[in-house]
Design a protein around this ligand. Structure first.
Ligand code: NIG
Ligand code: FE
Length: 404
């Protein structure tokens, strides 16, 4: 390989012998998210990327691209980093279309419907759960998502939660133990007993297959958890080597955001109802605010105020929250379009939040940007610019690039 910026070959990549290099050309606009290139998303026009193994080895103007063993021409399209969907509940059985229809006819969401997914998930065999998860992951990839987090939380027994995490781990390294999703019906009169089960034997069974521990901290929802219960579960999880993330402030104002910042959680997700103290805590801390606008769309709720968070210097991520209750969608492009049209994010801010923001929420520095050394997760847009993701809502423009 010759030419300016000759790629550094990452150690250990490729098959025996010299790994082959692929030059991706025809990129009219490249979103790099490289701060060194300036702007919100580090744009580069008429760009090329060289990939060696599974890594980006060179990024620059097409006119200066080095030689490579193979060429892939994307035909005059925009390329963005693969979307990082940092919040899903994609391993479950059944659906809740009836609950959705009732909500559209005026009923409120309070988390109570989760019990019906728990019953269906407990009754499903491994193959059915695996097939459902694979179908959703394929939908995601077909819409440009290349990194996915998957939570447990629809079994709520020791063996059942461990099973969901084993199945999730077959598909992704970003697995989250959410035994503290809701109180299962059999513990309806023993909250303390369930919290001890989650923080003790359930955590011990799940930790080998989980990277993260999460809690649904929503004191206003009768079957979710209050701040003390959530703190106890997160403390046990982190003592077992997991890293914390929190569902907070989804249905009303509550302690979730402050608890997340206080415990050093990587992310607090939903953030639909925030007061000034929450915003100040987020801007002073390192916790990412992950916004899930498909939930507000599907529950007909007010959207979170992304502008207020961004103006306060908070790192914002966008994710789908794909689940059968509040957001049965796998579409990061639709989340981006909603964030721009309903939450006062600019198109560049929304694309950054769906890529680099998601990577921050998962504490990953190898995804969410297209810089030398990053994973070669390229998403091609059937459009000349990243702006089209918001400008053309609902149009299937994005797909993850499959290399030969
Ligand atoms: O993120 N808030 C709690 N958990 C999910 C909803 C799960 C469900 O309704 O099945 C959420 O919105
Ligand atoms: Fe969720």
């Amino acid at each position: 390989m010759t030419g300016p910026g000759t790629p550094a070959v990452p150690e250990g990549d490729g098959v025996a012998g010299a790994p082959s290099a692929t030059l991706v050309t025809g990129i009219v606009e490249l979103v790099t998210n490289d701060p060194a290139r300036g702007g919100t998303v580090g744009l580069l026009r008429d760009a090329a990327v060289v990939i060696v193994g599974d890594r980006v080895a060179w990024v620059g103007p097409a006119a200066h691209a080095p030689d490579a063993d193979r060429r892939v021409d994307v035909g005059g399209r925009a390329v963005v980093p693969g979307f990082v969907d940092s919040h899903t509940h994609a391993v479950f059985a059944g659906d809740r279309a009836g609950e959705f229809a009732a909500r559209m006819a005026g009923e409120r969401y309070d988390g109570g419907g989760i019990a019906s997914t728990v019953a269906a998930t407990r009754a499903a065999d491994d193959d059915a759960l695996r097939a459902g998860l694979r179908r959703l992951l394929a939908e995601m990839r077909a819409q440009g998502t290349t990194t996915v987090e998957v939570k447990s939380g629809y079994a709520l027994t020791v063996d059942g939660e461990a099973r969901l995490l084993r199945l999730a781990r077959e598909a992704t390294a970003e697995t989250t133990f959410l035994g503290a999703h809701v109180l299962p019906p059999e513990y309806a009169r023993d909250r303390a007993g369930y919290v001890e089960l989650v923080a003790g034997p359930m955590l011990a069974a799940c930790a080998p297959s989980a990277r993260w521990v999460d809690v649904f901290c929503e004191p206003g929802a009768p079957t979710a958890f209050d701040a003390d219960e959530a703190r106890h579960v997160l403390g046990a999880g982190t003592a077992a080597g997991l890293e914390a993330r929190v569902h907070g402030n989804q249905l009303g104002h509550g302690p979730g955001v402050r608890l997340a910042v206080e415990t050093g959680a990587a992310s607090v997700d939903h953030c639909t109802y925030l007061d000034d103290d929450d915003v100040a805590a987020l801007s002073a801390g390192r916790t990412v605010a992950t916004l899930l606008p498909l939930v507000e769309l599907s529950t007909r709720s007010p959207y979170p105020d992304a502008r207020r968070l961004l103006d306060a210097g908070v790192t914002v991520a966008l994710a789908t929250d794909c689940n059968p209750g509040t957001s049965f969608s796998t579409s990061m492009p639709l989340a981006i379009a909603l964030a721009v049209r309903e939450m006062r994010m600019t198109p560049a801010e929304a694309v950054h939040a769906a890529t680099a923001g998601g990577a921050r929420a998962l504490r990953r520095d190898d995804v969410g940007s297209l810089v030398v050394g990053a994973r070669a997760d390229l998403t091609v847009l059937d459009a000349p610019s990243h702006v089209h993701l918001a400008y053309r809502p609902g149009v299937p423009l994005a797909r993850a690039l499959d290399l030969p």
